[in-house]
Design a protein around this ligand. Structure first.
Ligand code: MF3
Ligand code: CO
Ligand code: CO
Length: 276
């Protein structure tokens, strides 16, 4: 997700989201599929005792073996191939050598570059059995993303997406993180348009066929405020409440939306029942 740093007026690119053609959609299908495959691969590896560093290496090897690159490795100095955000970490958690513990929930965010196109997706994973409120938060967040995707159609604006997400999250007494947002992408990792996960009447970008972007709501059980730790990356909830996120890369079509990063194995949300 990109950090909101600029006002709309300071970033005129916001008003010029690029419109992409059929080759771009074909490229995004390949990048999206490989990204989803990497997230699928991780399912059987997430369990108590495993380190997020080991998960990082699995994705680095997977990317290498498939002629792909991780977009996050060395992105603005970020030193890892994936982001691993455990429990109250909202996003951009860094893989480390600390073993995962029974009851943890974590988001794994993978961005792979295939033939120059970016696939960007993340899912929640359960480490063993997790507390009910943690599973509930993940369910709500997954449903927020699905409703956001369902709101995408030409003729609507970015606020249709934000509104669908915000209304569900708040009806469930959860909160939407404001400090990070979805983003356009294609051959560029973070491009226009910015996709807010809440309604902002002063920012309404009309959705047009050919736009490519991510939707990646971060939903907290407690308050929406976040802070970034001294490593310069790890964003956590200020009140240390649990946070969850799911992300898909999508394209606007003539009639609606195409999702590039669905799991081929049906690993949409946890608990994942391992295919035989
Ligand atoms: N994949 C993240 C996103 O959804 C971006 C991670 S940038 C990193 O946009 F440097 F933190 F890896
Ligand atoms: Co993203
Ligand atoms: Co991502």
């Amino acid at each position: 997700m990109t950090q909101l740093q600029k006002t709309r007026a300071e970033d005129p690119r916001e008003f010029e989201a690029p419109l992409h053609g059929p080759e771009a959609f074909a490229g995004m299908r390949r990048a999206g599929r490989l990204t989803a495959d990497a997230l699928d691969l991780l399912v059987e590896h997430v369990r108590p005792g495993v380190t997020t560093q080991a998960l990082d290496r699995l994705v680095a090897t997977f990317a290498h073996d498939h002629g792909a690159y991780s977009a996050t490795l060395l992105y603005r100095g970020y030193p890892h191939s994936i982001c691993t955000s455990v429990n109250h970490v909202v996003c951009h958690g860094m893989p480390n050598d600390k073993p995962l513990r029974e009851g943890d929930i974590l988001n794994i965010d993978v961005t792979l570059i295939v033939d120059g196109w970016h696939g960007d997706s993340s899912r929640m994973y359960f480490v063993g059995e997790v507390p009910r409120r943690a599973a509930r938060l993940c369910d709500i967040t997954y449903e927020c993303l699905e409703r956001g995707i369902a709101a995408v159609a030409p003729g609507r604006t970015t606020n249709a997406v934000g509104g669908a997400i915000q209304s569900l999250a708040e009806a469930e007494r959860c909160s939407v993180v404001r400090d990070f947002c979805g983003h356009g992408l294609g051959r560029v990792f973070h491009d226009a348009p910015t996709i807010l996960h809440y309604v902002e009447p002063s920012y309404a970008v009309p959705l047009r066929p050919g736009m490519l972007f991510t939707i990646e709501p971060m939903i907290n059980l407690g308050r929406p405020q976040v802070k970034v730790l001294a490593d310069g990356w790890t964003a956590v909830t200020r009140d240390r409440s649990l946070s969850a996120q799911f992300e898909h890369t999508v394209g606007v079509t003539e009639t609606g939306v195409e999702v590039f990063t669905y799991s081929a194995k049906g690993y949409h949300k946890p608990p994942y029942n391992l295919a035989a």
